[in-house]
Design a protein around this ligand. Structure first.
Ligand code: PLP
Length: 378
């Protein structure tokens, strides 16, 4: 028997809508005008599946992507994807060989890294483009604004390296009060003035929130992440066009077991839920091993038969329970259960789950684990 005929795929799946990705990119592109967009596809494209997302973006004409590290760039390159990868996190000199081998464009903010990249590029007889990161207030990686000229002098002494851009990042662009972001933009403008005499041509700092609310920060390129996936950067974005974003991902499972239980039945580990009346309880093969947080136990609704049904009992590693008593007589084994997405008139968003977990939509989608198949909806 051919293995392709066997049903081995997990029933809990993430469904990706490429048409919505196209829509979101068009929306963002309108906001930045003709400037290049460098979509961030780090962390497996925020959990969406980096290969699928990058492939679709390439077909749309985008060819430069933000990744976290050289491993992400290497995996995509080895899979046959031909694109430019800007490596956004700080790397150690021990990564220089791989960065050069994979023609990555690393963000650089230490002299050691500069020297090791130069040495390695020479050894491999290559020219490597780099991006100089300036910390204008993120308080994470980057040289300080006062070090820019000095650092660019060092770059000049590295003939195998080409400074493609000077960049920075916003820590608070998603907040209603933009005072700090405006302060950063002013600092970055001074950095730009100082960098021009070194022949640097590109400057960028805008993330998704800034694309919507701080158009003056878009300079020569922008690096959207969360918005390309159709999710709002926060609830404080002022630009109403954020409401036009379309979530690219839906997360669904299926009912694999149904059971009538009497009132007073303890459900799942610790009996953290006891039925108050006779109940019809469905099991779905989704748990914290799939990225469905155990902290959502007894505090989340799934969609079944177009209705909100409460999840009950502890979410376990591989399975969770849903009270489908309201659907007696209609619900069946194999029925679809929506964890994130739309069913009939009802909708559960990544933001709703994030709110219950006191986190952000970024963490919800990025947390969908590797064992959940990513399926492209045609
Ligand atoms: C350096 C850098 N640029 C851009 C982004 C994209 O940010 P967002 O997903 O908020 O658009 C990130 C994401 O964390 C980042 O680290």
């Amino acid at each position: 028997m051919q293995s392709t005929n066997l049903h081995v795929s997990r029933l809990t799946r993430a469904y990706l809508h490429p048409g919505r990705l196209t829509h979101n990119m068009q929306l963002l592109q309108r906001l930045v005008g003709g400037r290049p967009l460098w979509p961030c596809i780090k962390a497996n494209a925020y959990g969406h599946g980096a290969g699928i997302i990058a492939g679709h973006l390439l077909r749309l004409g985008y060819d430069t992507f933000g990744v976290a590290d050289v491993e992400e760039a290497a995996a995509l390159t080895d899979s046959g994807l031909k694109a430019t990868f800007v490596v956004l996190s700080a790397m150690l000199p021990e990564h220089a060989e791989a960065l050069v081998h994979y023609n990555c464009q690393p963000v650089v903010c230490t002299q050691e890294m500069l020297e090791d990249l130069e040495q390695e590029a020479k050894k491999q007889m290559k020219h490597i483009s780099i991006h100089v990161k300036v910390d204008t207030g993120m308080g994470r990686i980057g040289i300080s604004p006062g070090q820019v000229q000095d650092f660019l002098e060092h770059c000049r002494a590295c003939p195998s390296l080409h400074v493609r851009s000077v960049m920075s990042h916003f820590p608070r662009a998603d907040e209603a009060d933009k005072t700090f972001s405006h302060f950063q933009i002013e600092i970055f403008k001074r950095v730009i003035e100082q960098s021009r005499s070194y022949g640097v041509e590109m400057f960028h700092m805008a993330n998704s929130a800034a694309i919507f609310d701080l158009p003056e920060s878009c300079f020569d390129a922008a690096r959207p992440g969360i918005a390309i996936y159709g999710l709002p950067p926060s609830h404080s974005i002022k630009n109403q066009r954020v409401n036009a974003l379309q979530p690219v991902l839906e997360w669904k499972s299926r009912i694999t077991f149904l059971k009538e239980v009497p009132a007073g039945t303890g459900l799942s580990y610790g009996h953290a839920f006891t039925t108050r009346q006779a109940s019809l309880i469905a099991t779905i093969p989704a748990g914290y091993g799939d990225g469905l947080s155990r902290n959502l136990s007894n505090n989340v609704d799934f969609l079944v038969g177009g209705r909100r049904c409460p999840q009950v009992g502890r979410i376990t590693m591989d399975m969770s329970l849903v009270d489908v008593s309201a659907l007696r007589g209609t619900v069946e084994l194999g029925d679809e259960v929506v964890i994130i997405g739309v069913q009939g008139e009802e909708r559960v968003t990544a933001d709703e789950l994030a709110g219950k977990l006191n986190t952000i939509n970024y963490e919800i989608v990025t947390g969908i684990s590797h064992r959940v198949p990513r399926i492209v909806v045609q």
